[in-house]
Design a protein around this ligand. Structure first.
Ligand code: HEC
Length: 173
């Protein structure tokens, strides 16, 4: 009773509780709908520079991929590279011309003191990196291949290291 009197006391567009509820809901919903429509209208999603493929599925996947990736290789002896092959593929970039102060290929003067450290030390340094040389151990490089490359370079510069043997599993195939 007192409710009814109360509502009647103030004249305005809202005359019942039902209208009030509707008005309140509308007051909340309208801005939300407006924002959704605006967001769709602005549409940040498809923006990119003209001629850029930066948003293509491939480019996005490239950016999202975790650091490093694994590639599988058959472990058969045929798949193993020789020291010379690995050298040409991976080491020559620096060692052919002596980039970053790398001992030059075939330079006995530069290699002499290094050869004196022994094969094991040189292999460890090649695998894990040494001063300006980044680590050469990699998912696509087997230890024995790295060893062969070290031996290849060292021996071409006056060393006489024995070539490391291929692991048993690979040799038996
Ligand atoms: C990015 C350039 C770079 C690449 C690629 C590179 N090296 Fe080197 N390497 C160097 C530098 C620079 C040094 C000299 C580091 C020093 O003595 O300070 C070096 C030194 C070495 C040494 C002598 C280490 C010692 O203890 O004196 C060995 C062995 C070697 N590299 C093997 C390799 C092999 C094997 C590869 C290829 C699988 C390779 N390097 C690829 C830059 C490179």
């Amino acid at each position: 009773m007192s409710d009814a009197q109360h509502t009647e006391a103030h004249e305005g567009p809202i005359k019942s509780v039902k209208q009030l509820v509707t008005a309140v809901i509308a007051a909340f919903m309208l801005p939300v709908i407006a924002i959704i429509l605006l967001a769709n209208y602005v549409d940040f999603g498809g923006r990119k520079g003209a001629g850029s493929d930066s948003l293509s599925a491939e480019q996005v996947a490239l950016r999202l991929q975790p650091v490093g990736n694994v590639s599988f290789k058959e472990a058969g002896s045929g798949a193993l590279r020789t020291g010379e092959q690995l050298y040409t593929e991976k080491c020559a970039a620096c060692h052919a011309a002596g980039a970053l102060g790398a001992p030059k290929f075939g330079d006995a003067g530069a290699w002499g003191p290094r050869i004196g450290k022994g094969y094991d030390t040189l292999l460890t340094h090649a695998a894990k990196g040494f001063n300006a040389m980044p680590a050469q151990a990699a998912a696509d490089t087997q230890d024995v291949e790295l060893g062969r490359a070290v031996v290849y370079m060292a021996n071409k510069a006056g060393g006489s290291f024995a070539e490391p043997k291929a692991p048993e599993a690979a040799a038996s195939k």
